[in-house]
Design a protein around this ligand. Structure first.
Ligand code: NCD
Ligand code: ZN
Length: 347
């Protein structure tokens, strides 16, 4: 097989940032995705429907002229989020709220301390049919960074899922066999997104032969047995697992730094990276469900009706992307060769 045609995919988790950066990030995603769930971790975070709608129009302004790209907005939960905020957000067409434990990742300082305090908000979300998107890591300083996802399941996620059986929960960017197992064993209202980096890499790719800052993201890459569990479950075709790149640009200076930022900017090669993984797994027939069907079905949205085609062709991910103001980004998988290529950009 040297070409495959699939329903146009969507990206169910990414970071566009704001301002001039949108002129880079939005076209990169609109290249191959019809819709994307846009993360709200700006400074200040997107905490109200009004902020989300304004952010949405800035994203649409940055979309290529001929694109039909549709940003799907989210709200950032804080300890100040009220049940009225949820009602207003639902009315404004916002699909989901993101739970970041305080200090878990980039721009999460204003996030939630004491998750139990949010139970009335989760109740309102369940009633309104609003999805809960979870960055599933505890942040307690005494918990080892490699154990933080599992600890989050045990300390918080299992209780939330049990207390709100009708609440749809997406366990974002899963990294462990524990998360795979938790999601697989939970009800149909619990699903997970999977990034290209957690399918392609394990912690050796971060630490062996020198520290590789462009492979540093959160949750951090885990050991190869966890990587294998994630690969196995996407190859199984389970409809609880779907595409969410977590594409998250940081400038080269901020990545190649004594205290480098967490995030991989994968938008420019996203669908190709996933195609490569599914091909390696002998599961190319499962790519379409993962990339184009399971996410829309879980969110209760229509599947896209148009298609994209990927062709088998060697190409190299660029070493650098230079923005109009001279800022440099190093894309994920920079300089590496991929064997699938999008035939025609959507825009
Ligand atoms: C994300 C970012 O940079 O905004 N970073 C990351 O490593 N994934 C935040 C996040 O999703 O954790
Ligand atoms: Zn993210």
């Amino acid at each position: 097989m040297d070409r495959i045609t699939i329903t146009t995919p969507d990206d169910w988790h990414l970071h566009f940032r704001d301002g001039d950066m949108l002129n880079e990030t939005v076209p990169a995603t609109a290249r191959c995705f019809k819709r994307a769930i846009v993360m709200p971790n700006l400074v200040p975070p997107i905490t109200s429907a009004d902020m989300a709608l304004k952010y949405r129009s800035r994203i649409i302004d940055a979309s290529p002229a001929n694109s039909q790209f549709e940003p799907l907005m989210t709200l950032y939960l804080t300890n100040a989020t009220s049940t009225q905020d949820i009602v207003d957000a639902k009315q404004a067409g916002i699909h989901a709220c993101k739970l970041y434990p305080a200090g878990a990742t980039t721009n999460s300082d204003s996030a939630v301390k004491g998750i139990d305090a949010l139970y009335p908000v989760f109740q309102a979300m369940q009633e309104e049919g609003m999805l809960l998107l979870v960055h599933g890591e505890v942040t307690d300083s005494h918990i080892d960074i490699f154990d933080r996802e599992k600890a989050f399941i045990d300390t918080h996620l299992a209780s939330i899922v049990e207390a709100f059986p009708q609440l749809k929960v997406v366990f974002e960017h899963i990294t462990t066999a524990d998360a795979v197992q938790f999601v697989s064993n939970s009800s149909a209202n619990v699903a997970a997104t999977v990034t290209p980096q957690h399918l392609l890499l394990n912690r050796n790719d971060l630490l062996v032969g020198g520290i590789r800052p462009h492979n540093y993201c959160l949750p951090v890459l885990k050991r190869n047995t966890h990587q294998q569990a994630i690969r196995d479950v996407v190859a199984s075709g389970s409809n609880k697992f779907f595409l969410g790149t977590d594409s998250a640009p940081h400038t080269r200076d901020n990545k190649e730094n004594a205290c480098g930022c967490a995030g991989c900017y994968s938008a420019w090669s996203a669908i190709e990276l996933y195609a490569q993984v599914f091909d390696d797994l002998g599961a190319l027939d499962k790519l379409e469900g993962f990339a184009s069907h399971h996410g829309a079905d879980f969110y209760g949205l229509k599947r896209n009706t148009d298609t994209i085609t990927l062709v088998q062709e060697l190409w190299q991910v660029p070493d650098r992307i230079t923005l109009a103001d001279g800022t440099e980004l190093v894309p994920f998988y920079a300089g590496q060769t991929l064997n699938w290529k999008l035939e025609n950009s959507l825009s």
